[in-house]
Design a protein around this ligand. Structure first.
Ligand code: ZN
Length: 150
C-alpha cells in the first residue's frame, strides 16, 4: 500500500505544480467561482459546452496542493463528457472522498481520480478535494455560478 500511496502523492504534487488546463476561457459558455474559506482555496471554472458535450474546460485560481491538483485532474477527466456524465462522475468522486476510508472502493469510471481516495482519512481536506467539483456543478446549473463551501 505504501508504494501506491507514494505514487498517488507524486501525481498530486505533479498536478499542483504544473496544473493542466490552467487558463482563462474568453468564449466559455458556463463559468463559476468556488471558494473554500476554511483553507483559502479559490477556483474559477470555465466550460464550453457544445451540444451535449463539454468541448473545453479550464480553470484559474489559487489554493493548496490538493485543491489545485483536484481541479487540474478534474478538467482532464471532463473533456468530451456530457454534462450528465460529469454529474455522475462528481457523485462518484464525492462518495469516494466521504466514505469510510477503511472500506474497499472500486474506482471504475473515476480512473486516475482514485488518487484522492486517501483524502477520506482527512475530513478537513475533503473540501479542498471537492471544491472544483462543487464549482463545476454550480457552473452547469446556472451558467454564472458561485459556490462557497461552509
Ligand atoms: Zn485546501
Amino acid at each position: 500500500m505504501t508504494d501506491l500511496r507514494e505514487l498517488y502523492q507524486e501525481l498530486i504534487l505533479d498536478h499542483s505544480r504544473s496544473p493542466r488546463n490552467f487558463r482563462p476561457m474568453p468564449d466559455a459558455s458556463h463559468k463559476a467561482i468556488g471558494n473554500n474559506p476554511l483553507c483559502g482555496d479559490r477556483v474559477t471554472l470555465f466550460l464550453r459546452v457544445e451540444g451535449d458535450r463539454i468541448a473545453d474546460v479550464s480553470f484559474q485560481g489559487s489554493g493548496c496542493a490538493i485543491s489545485k491538483a483536484s481541479a487540474s485532474m478534474m478538467t482532464d477527466a471532463l473533456k468530451g463528457k456530457s454534462p450528465a456524465e460529469a454529474e455522475v462522475l462528481f457523485a462518484r468522486f464525492h462518495e469516494m472522498v466521504t466514505m469510510d476510508p477503511r472500506a474497499s472502493f472500486e474506482p471504475g469510471s473515476l480512473g486516475k481520480l482514485v488518487v484522492f481516495r486517501g483524502v477520506a482519512e482527512f475530513p478537513a481536506r475533503v473540501k479542498c478535494a471537492s471544491l472544483a467539483w462543487h464549482t463545476l456543478q454550480a457552473a452547469l446549473v446556472s451558467k454564472e455560478g458561485k459556490v462557497t463551501l461552509e
